[in-house]
Write a protein that binds this ligand. Structure first.
Ligand code: ATP
Length: 194
């Protein structure tokens, strides 16, 4: 029986890093919800829905959405973010469920990397690893990785679920405030118990 290891945590906590390391250790494929959500905007049915709600102005051409314009809109308007999520989330959930079932055919472990845990994520995951880090570290990491300002990163953090709600879901909790060496050690410990 294959096992699904769900990994979640807020922006910049290090969940993708944990997923990558764990994937190598367990020889497991990664399903990345962010990546699937990004691919969603290439799907004709999603493009149509986004155009209907957000209008032509966020399109570079009839089929290509300007992601930056879309992000700017949704991260400064709560209702628009909710609306975008209503369009994208069902697609992402369906894709993940489909892919998990396919991957179960020939993998002992599957890693599911999800920034916003929902019912489907909880049901699919046999074990959940929650990755947390203090806010200052998260902001620094995201700013180094992207060209976002401190204020934009803070805004994105505020939009996410409070950290206590992530922690409630954890079978294993990783506090990722220190070095990569320390992180790998923590992952090794979890691997022994999984
Ligand atoms: P997001 O939700 O934005 O995708 P994430 O939680 O997946 O973020 P990562 O992409 O794994 O976070 O990590 C953010 C950045 O911090 C990356 O550049 C990563 O290399 C770096 N990082 C993560 N953990 C550590 C660590 N323990 N030491 C140093 N750098 C780290």
């Amino acid at each position: 029986m294959s096992k699904v290891i769900g990994i979640t945590g807020g922006i910049g906590s290090g969940k993708s890093t944990v997923s990558r390391i764990l994937s190598e250790k367990l020889n497991a494929p990664i399903l990345d919800a962010d990546k699937i959500a990004k691919e969603a905007v290439n799907s004709p049915e999603i493009i149509l829905k986004i155009k209907k709600f957000f209008g032509e102005s966020i399109f570079d051409n009839p089929q290509i959405i300007n992601r930056e314009k879309l992000s700017d809109i949704v991260f400064s308007n709560e209702n628009k973010l909710l609306e975008l999520n209503k369009i994208i989330h069902p697609y992402v959930i369906e894709e993940i469920e489909k892919k998990v079932n396919e991957l179960k055919q020939d993998n002992e472990y599957i890693i599911l990397d999800v920034p916003l845990p929902n019912e489907s994520f909880i049901n699919l995951s046999d074990k959940i690893i929650v990755v947390v880090a203090n806010e200052e570290t998260r902001i620094k990491r995201v700013m180094t990785r992207s060209n976002l300002s401190e204020e934009s990163v803070k805004k994105r953090i505020e939009k996410q679920m409070p950290v206590e709600n992530y922690i409630k879901l954890a079978d294993f909790l990783i506090k990722n405030n220190s070095s990569m060496v320390d992180l790998v050690e923590k992952i090794n410990e979890i691997c022994e118990k999984i």
